[in-house]
Design a protein around this ligand. Structure first.
Ligand SMILES: Nc1nc2c(ncn2[C@@H]2O[C@H](COP(=O)(O)OP(=O)(O)O[C@H]3O[C@H](CO)[C@@H](O)[C@H](O)[C@@H]3O)[C@@H](O)[C@H]2O)c(=O)[nH]1
Ligand SMILES: [Mg+2]
Length: 201
C-alpha cells in the first residue's frame, strides 16, 4: 500500500509566513489497524538545501566553515558558533549549480567537480527540508575568491582547514555537533577520501 492510500482530506493553513513558512496540516491517516485517525501536524517549510564536504587528498585536509547560529545559541551552545561543512539553501535552482555558488561565496574556491553521496531529511517530524549531500575535491590553486559569505546578508563565515587526523579526533571526542557535517565526515571516513584514516579512530 502506498502512502497516498493512507492519507485523505489533507488541508493546509499558514500559521506564519515571514522569512520562511510554517504550515499546519490537518489530515486523516489510515492506521495499521484499519481505522482512520484525524491528525494535525505543523511543518516548517524552509525549502531544500545542499551541503558539501571539501577535501584535498594531497595535503590531506578538509575545508570547513564556522559561523554564529542563533538557534544553537538559544539552546545550550554558549557562544553560538558552529563548525559545519559548506552549505546553503536551494533557491529553486539546480542543486549542483547552487552548490558551486555556495562553495565560492562561503570558501572562495571554484571546484571543477562535485559528487553526490546521498540525501537526507534533516528533521522529519517538524521540518520539510531535504538536504542533498555532496563531496568535492579542492586544491590551493582553485582559490579564486575571498569567501566568508555575503556580508549584505549578514553572513560572517570563518573558513577552517582541518588535517584528516583532526577529523578523526573530533569525531572520536563527539566534537562535531552539526548533523550534516557529522554525516558527511562519517561517510568520508567509511567510504570516501578519509577511509584510510578510519584506522586511527
Ligand atoms: N533576515 C533573515 N535572514 C535569514 C533568516 N534565516 C536565514 N537567513 C539568512 O539566509 C541566508 C541563508 O544562507 P545559506 O548559506 O543559503 O543557508 P544556510 O543557513 O547555510 O543553510 C544550510 O545549513 C542549514 C543548517 O544546517 C541547512 O538547514 C540548510 O539546508 C543548508 O544546508 C543566510 O544569510 C542567513 O543569515 C531569517 O529568519 N531572517
Ligand atoms: Mg551557508
Amino acid at each position: 500500500m502506498s502512502i497516498t492510500d493512507r492519507v485523505r482530506n489533507l488541508r493546509r493553513e499558514t500559521l506564519s509566513a515571514a522569512w520562511y513558512t510554517l504550515y499546519r496540516y490537518t489530515f486523516e491517516y489510515l492506521r495499521a489497524d484499519g481505522r482512520w485517525d484525524r491528525q494535525q501536524r505543523e511543518a516548517y517549510d524552509r525549502g531544500n538545501g545542499v551541503a558539501v564536504l571539501l577535501f584535498d587528498p594531497v595535503r590531506e585536509t578538509v575545508l570547513l566553515t564556522r559561523q554564529f547560529r542563533l538557534p544553537t545559541y538559544i539552546n545550550q551552545n554558549p557562544d553560538g558558533m558552529l563548525t559545519e561543512v559548506c552549505a546553503g539553501m536551494l533557491d529553486g535552482e539546480d542543486p549542483e549549480e547552487c552548490l558551486r555558488r555556495e562553495i565560492l561565496e562561503e570558501t572562495g574556491y571554484t571546484v571543477p567537480h562535485v559528487e553526490k553521496v546521498g540525501e537526507v531529511y534533516t528533521s522529519p517530524g517538524a521540518v520539510t527540508e531535504r538536504l542533498f549531500l555532496y563531496q568535492a575535491l579542492y586544491r590551493p590553486e582553485m582559490k579564486t575568491g575571498e569567501g566568508g559569505g555575503k556580508p549584505e546578508e549578514s553572513e560572517d563565515i570563518e573558513v577552517l582547514e582541518w588535517p584528516y587526523a583532526a577529523v578523526a579526533d573530533a569525531l572520536r571526542h563527539g566534537e562535531v555537533r552539526d548533523a550534516k557535517t557529522l554525516i558527511l565526515l562519517q561517510h568520508a571516513l567509511l567510504f570516501g577520501p578519509l577511509a584510510r584514516h578510519s584506522l586511527t579512530l
